[in-house]
Ligand binder design. Structure first.
Ligand code: MF3
Ligand code: CO
Ligand code: CO
Length: 255
């Protein structure tokens, strides 16, 4: 396993890629309304990334993924493929954006409520966001990845939710998925020690029901086995001398 420590020049490029990914989420927000298809959201994001940002949508053709963004609705956990289906009031949807600019990746996702949130929808969206924040708070030199995993798992499970184990955060840079793997469960004091100049994502997937998932026949869409709601948020982070910088922070967002 080799974790790449980014140089100041590479960090500057990661900042640019991260900001672009965040700006795609800012752009798409007003379109996430009842009646819109996920294909339409994909097309809007694709055109914005390619024509306005002069960047590359990383998911497109990544191991054969057919679209430019991932859209995961309700009991879909991650890697949902945009299609002609319309969003409806009360749905929750994760939109996951990864762009490549000047060779470097920025990767971020967030949840949206479609129309008025349902009680359960609001709860899982809020708790999964708080799980991401719990993880981010621990990112600093000397912390261990197990500290982050345990904090997220503990936050979710003490509130009666479960953590998906099959998918994790990841190092990121010139590669979309670099070392290390960033688990959203585990034991404090174990695993890789964080060092200044590391860049990686945290992207917990939290279920209302149990943690079991399966992949649909399209070979991509991950869903909860019990069809309970699932939610996920993701940021790309840089380890700094004093803590961390959120490279994919959106306008007006505070951690
Ligand atoms: N963006 C996802 C992640 O957070 C990966 C999507 S891979 C794709 O790591 F092929 F489904 F796009
Ligand atoms: Co990611
Ligand atoms: Co992502």
């Amino acid at each position: 396993m080799s974790i790449l420590i980014k140089t100041p020049e590479e960090i500057e490029k990661m900042r640019v890629a991260g900001r672009l990914a965040a700006q795609v989420l800012e752009m798409i927000e007003p379109y996430v309304k009842p009646g819109v298809t996920t294909d339409k959201l994909d097309q809007l994001c694709h055109d914005f990334i390619v024509n306005e940002q002069r960047a590359i949508p990383a998911p497109l053709n990544y191991h054969g993924f057919p679209k430019s963004i991932c859209t995961s609705i309700n009991f879909q956990v991650c890697h949902g493929i945009p299609c002609e289906k319309k969003l409806k009031k009360g749905d929750i949807i994760n939109i996951d954006i990864t762009v490549i600019k000047d060779e470097f990746h920025g990767d971020t996702s967030m949840m949206f409520h479609v129309g008025e949130p349902s009680i359960k929808g609001k709860r899982i969206v809020d708790v999964s966001h708080e799980c991401l924040i719990e993880g981010i708070k621990l990112v600093k030199p000397g912390s261990k990845l197990g500290d982050i995993g345990e904090a997220i798992q503990n936050y979710a499970e003490t509130r009666g939710f479960s953590v998906v184990r099959e998918y994790c955060g990841h190092g990121i840079g010139r590669g979309f998925h670099e070392d290390p793997q960033v688990m959203h469960f585990g034991k404090a004091g174990t695993g890789v020690t964080l060092q200044e100049g590391m860049t990686f994502t945290i992207e917990p997937m939290i279920n209302i029901g149990n943690r079991q998932v399966k992949v649909l026949k399209d070979n991509w869409t991950v869903v909860t086995k019990d069809h309970s709601l699932s939610a996920q948020w993701e940021h790309t982070l840089l380890v700094t001398p004093v803590g961390c910088e959120v490279l994919t922070l959106r306008e007006g967002e505070t951690i």
